[in-house]
Write a protein that binds this ligand. Sequence first.
Ligand SMILES: Cc1cc2nc3c(=O)[nH]c(=O)nc-3n(C[C@H](O)[C@H](O)[C@H](O)COP(=O)(O)OP(=O)(O)OC[C@H]3O[C@@H](n4cnc5c(N)ncnc54)[C@H](O)[C@@H]3O)c2cc1C
Length: 469
Amino acid sequence: MKKEDSPRKVPRQKMPEQAPEKRRKNFEEVTLGFSPEMAVMEASRCLECKKPLCVEGCPVGVPIPEFINLIKNKDFSGAVRRIRAKNALPAICGRVCPQENQCEGKCILGKKGESVSIGGLERFLADFERQSGNIELPKKDKSTGSRIAVVGSGPAGLTVAGDLSVKGHDVTMFEAFHKTGGVLVYGIPEFRLPKSIVEAEVGLIEDLGVKIECNTVIGLTSSIDELFEEGFDAVFVAVGAGLPKFMEIPGENLVGVCSANEYLTRTNLMKAYDPNYDTPAPSGKNVVVLGAGNVAMDAARTAMRLGAESVKIVYRRSMAEMPARKEEIHHAEQEGIEFVLLTAPSKFVGNKDGFLSGMECIKMELSEPDESGRRKPVPVKNSEYIIECDLAVIAVGSGANPILAKKEPGIALSKYGYIIADQATGKTSKKAVWAGGDIVTGQATVIEAMGAGRRAADSIDEYLSGGDF
Ligand SMILES: Cc1cc2nc3c(=O)[nH]c(=O)nc-3n(C[C@H](O)[C@H](O)[C@H](O)COP(=O)(O)OP(=O)(O)OC[C@H]3O[C@@H](n4cnc5c(N)ncnc54)[C@H](O)[C@@H]3O)c2cc1C
């Protein structure tokens, strides 16, 4: 190889995107994906490490160097088959996984320059496969006759359902909403993850033989014991962490203050953004979003697209401590979202009719790092001021989804209401009941929920093949 062809010399390919001035007014996807030429060029950057650390960074163990090598040889179908053997949701993971903290975070090229765009390549392959219409699903084992109920259809539930179906079991997935996908459909907006992509990947899980029953709230419609009475042999609980948290400050009951969960669900799942639907959505000209995680970025960028004149993210720490993905922060800045940092809300103020008119804030400064290394925000005396706003969206985290967990006394919960489950297997304190995803860990990531689903599927399969619980 000539020196100028060395993988280290090829720059990381920049994925094409819609221009910020255009996309801040529409809900179409922001990033547009690699062309085949760009994908081959990006794949050529891989150093083919003898000990590939990227694989260690992937909770579902995708054979990353193998699929990248197949892209180099333009064998896109072979490459996507390698991914599918380990990951049933590649078009989703390629779009929303925080790769910078996982596979790409471990890539050797990233130590001195820019890591290989593993997520971009995964997305390219999944899109290539879907557009070609030539999808090869994993081969199914012969039927075992065992029946499994999966409660919740987010990434954890979908992974368990797909894996167990491939192992020959008869799987039924129950979902409270009228649509499957969990946060993938009701939380993450269309401009980051189009619903059609989720529908296509869920459709492939159905093609594996998984039955889906929507509009069914386990814990209300039927209990877990009733599922066993109906003939299920094992139950996997993946109900997520969708309970909104509030700020507990005065004025939170004013019209115009809402949780990010409600705001995003109305916009996404109930199509409030589509003028053909008459879903009422909280709307505002001057919007403040409280928090700085992915949820806050999604709410702020949604508000901009719904026609706000100004959108501010108010966060009590500095830019460096923001928990959202770097890419989301960058996209939000490009779209005109303002960041009001080192600032905490102290109360909401309203007009005589009970509508929000402003938010009182106090400036903060960061303390010296404590024993954990984290710098605490401390209020600056007499620094209160008012930000005028007519919509405030609270995105400061969420808690355990309580409906099922609280109704099942046999399942041990942590003091915060999360289900206690074994990390390696997902087993709970109730016989033949497993749990995984956000309802066990608290809000985490898509790929971590999928990893928990994969481990639980192996454990359920072992139990159904005659193992102990
Ligand atoms: C707005 C937002 C943006 C995010 N962005 C990212 C991102 O960019 N990248 C990333 O990796 N992660 C992101 N996350 C986090 C990620 O989506 C979650 O960690 C992941 O979806 C958790 O998967 P899960 O299967 O545990 O639960 P969920 O996706 O929450 O799915 C749980 C499902 O269970 C259903 N359910 C609840 N109770 C019952 C019941 N009693 N009976 C039947 N069904 C029930 C719910 O309706 C839901 O469909 C984001 C989260 C949010 C809210």
